[in-house]
Write a protein that binds this ligand. Structure first.
Ligand code: CA
Length: 446
C-alpha cells in the first residue's frame, strides 16, 4: 500500500499513460537471495525480469538535494524514545525493540539511489496484470470462497478487488519482503527526507508490537517499512488491521483471514460502495468530444452512450444515469474505460493513475472480464526525454506544467489538452509524437 501523497507532492504528477519506475542503487550487485520487489522497484536484476508489485516515484531530486542530516543518530533516537514514552509506548516495548532501533546505511543508499524511468500504460499493465495474476486471483477466491464471502458480507468489498491488490503487492503472500522493519523505519525516520512520515510509522510499528500482534523479530517486510501480504504501512496496519481468524492477534504476514479482512476494511474506509461497479472497459467511436475524457469529468452513462461509447464487446451501454468518467490512459487510440465512483479508491491506495488503472483493470479480469483491447493503429507514445522536451515547449508557450520531469502529470495533461484544442487536434490530453512535432515546428518558425 502506497501513500506517497504524504511523501511527495511530485507523486501527484504521475499520470495515466506513463508510470514512473524507480530502482534502488543496490541492484547494481545482485544478491544470491534477492530482496523482494517493493514500492520503489525491482531490487534485483533477476526480479526485474518478472516484476511483481507496485512501484512508485522516487522522492524528487529537489528534496534530495536540499536536505541534510544534522545531529547524530543516537541523539535523534534518545529524543524519539522520549516522544514514544509520551505517546503511550511502554518502556517494556522500547526495551524489546531497542536492539533493532538502529541506523542502516544500506536503507539510505536504497532510498537515495533510485533511478527514475517511465513506462507506458500498456507495457505496465501487460506485465502487472499478467495471466498468472488473473488466474492466481481467481484460484485464491475459489480456495477461500467462504472467507471471501464472509468478508464481502461484512465489509462490502468484492473478492476480485481485494485479490487484485493482494496479487499486485505480493503475489498473494508469496513475496512479502525480507527486510527487518524496525531498522528501516528508524533509519528513514532519522533521515531528513521524510522524517515526519516515518517517525509516525515507527511509532505505529511500536504500537503494533505493544498490542501483541507481532514481535520485533517477526516484523519483516519491504525495505521502506511496508508489512504483510498487502503491504500495509504500519499506521494502516495498526488502524485498519482486523483479527478475522480470532486468534487474538492481527497477523498480516501469515494469516489469510486477517489479510483479506484487513484489506477489505481499509478499502471500505476509503469509501467503497457495495454492489457498485468500479470500471468497465469500453469501445469509443472515431469522434467524441475528447476533452470530456478526463478523470475529473463525470457524465451519466446515458450521455456516453449517446456519444457512441459501447461496451467492450460492442453491445450498447446501459443508458442509465450512473455517473462515469471516460479514462483513456493512452489517448483516444488506446484502451478505453468507463470508471465509476468506486474507482476513486484505487488512486488512494497508490496515487499513480497508471498503477490505479492497472489494479482496477486486474480486478475486472479476476472478476471475469475479457482481455483488454490493444488499441487502434497509430497508437504512439513519447519517451521520457521527449516528454521533457514537450514540457519545455509548453513552458515556452506560457503553460505551467509543474516540474520538467518527463512525467505527463495532471498539469502537463491539462496543458496538452489546451494546446490540442488550439491546434484543432483531438483534445484527449495524451501527448503524442505528432503533437511534439507540431510544437517543435512552431518553435522553429518563430
Ligand atoms: Ca488473527
Amino acid at each position: 500500500m502506497k501513500h506517497w501523497k504524504y511523501l511527495l507532492a511530485a507523486a501527484f504528477l504521475v499520470a495515466a499513460g506513463t508510470f514512473v519506475l524507480a530502482q534502488g542503487a543496490s541492484e547494481q550487485k545482485p544478491k544470491p537471495k534477492p530482496a523482494p520487489a517493493n514500492m520503489f522497484g525491482f531490487p534485483s536484476p533477476e526480479l526485474r525480469q518478472k516484476p511483481k508489485t507496485a512501484v512508485a516515484p522516487a522522492p524528487t531530486p529537489s528534496v534530495t538535494a536540499t536536505c541534510r542530516n544534522t545531529g547524530s543518530f543516537d541523539r535523534w533516537l534518545a529524543d524519539f524514545k522520549r516522544e514514544a514514552l509520551e505517546q503511550g509506548i511502554s518502556q517494556r516495548t522500547l526495551n524489546a525493540a531497542g536492539s533493532q532501533l538502529t541506523y542502516e546505511q544500506s536503507i539510505i543508499n536504497r532510498d537515495r539511489g533510485q533511478r527514475v524511468f517511465s513506462q507506458g500504460f500498456l507495457q505496465f499493465s501487460d506485465r502487472m496484470a499478467a495471466g498468472h495474476r488473473i488466474k492466481g486471483g481467481q484460484a485464491q477466491i475459489q480456495k477461500h470462497a467462504a472467507l471471501f464471502k464472509r468478508v464481502e458480507e461484512q465489509y462490502g468489498v468484492p473478492g476480485p478487488v481485494i485479490a487484485s491488490f493482494w496479487g499486485l503487492e505480493t503475489d498473494f503472500g508469496g513475496n512479502i519482503g525480507n527486510i527487518t522493519t524496525l531498522p528501516s523505519l528508524a533509519t528513514l525516520a532519522y533521515d531528513c527526507r521524510r522524517s515526519d512520515l516515518f517517525r509516525k510509522e515507527l511509532l505505529s510499528a511500536l504500537k503494533i508490537i505493544q498490542r501483541g500482534d507481532l514481535t520485533p523479530d517477526q516484523m519483516i517486510g519491504s525495505w521502506a517499512g511496508e508489512l504483510g501480504q498487502t503491504q500495509f504501512l504500519p499506521a494502516h496496519y495498526y488502524d485498519y488491521g482486523v483479527d478475522f481468524d480470532g486468534d487474538g492477534k492481527i497477523n498480516l504476514l501469515r494469516s489469510t483471514p486477517d489479510v483479506i479482512a484487513s484489506t477489505a476494511n481499509y478499502i471500505r474506509s476509503l469509501g467503497w460502495k457495495q454492489h457498485e461497479p468500479w470500471m468497465h472497459e469500453v469501445r469509443v467511436p472515431a469522434r467524441l468530444p475528447w476533452d470530456q475524457a478526463d478523470i475529473a469529468i463525470k457524465h451519466p452513462r446515458s450521455q456516453w452512450a449517446a456519444w457512441g461509447v459501447r461496451q467492450a464487446n460492442g453491445q450498447p451501454l446501459d443508458a442509465d444515469e450512473k455517473p462515469a468518467s471516460l479514462l483513456l490512459p493512452m489517448g483516444r487510440l488506446g484502451p478505453a474505460f468507463l470508471v465509476y465512483e468506486n474507482f476513486g479508491i484505487f488512486p488512494q491506495w497508490n496515487n499513480s493513475l497508471t498503477y490505479s488503472t492497472t489494479a482496477a483493470f486486474l480486478a475486472t479480469r479476476i472478476a471475469g472480464a475479457g482481455p483488454m483491447s490493444r488499441g487502434k493503429e497509430g497508437l504512439e507514445s513519447l519517451s521520457f526525454e521527449e516528454i521533457r522536451e514537450l514540457q519545455r515547449l509548453l513552458v515556452k508557450r506560457g503553460y505551467d506544467v509543474g516540474k520538467i520531469d518527463g512525467i505527463p502529470g495532471a498539469a502537463t495533461r491539462a496543458a496538452v489538452k489546451d494546446v490540442q484544442m488550439q491546434l484543432k487536434m483531438p483534445a484527449d490530453s495524451y501527448p503524442t509524437p505528432d503533437l511534439l512535432n507540431r510544437l517543435r515546428g512552431r518553435q522553429e518558425a518563430r
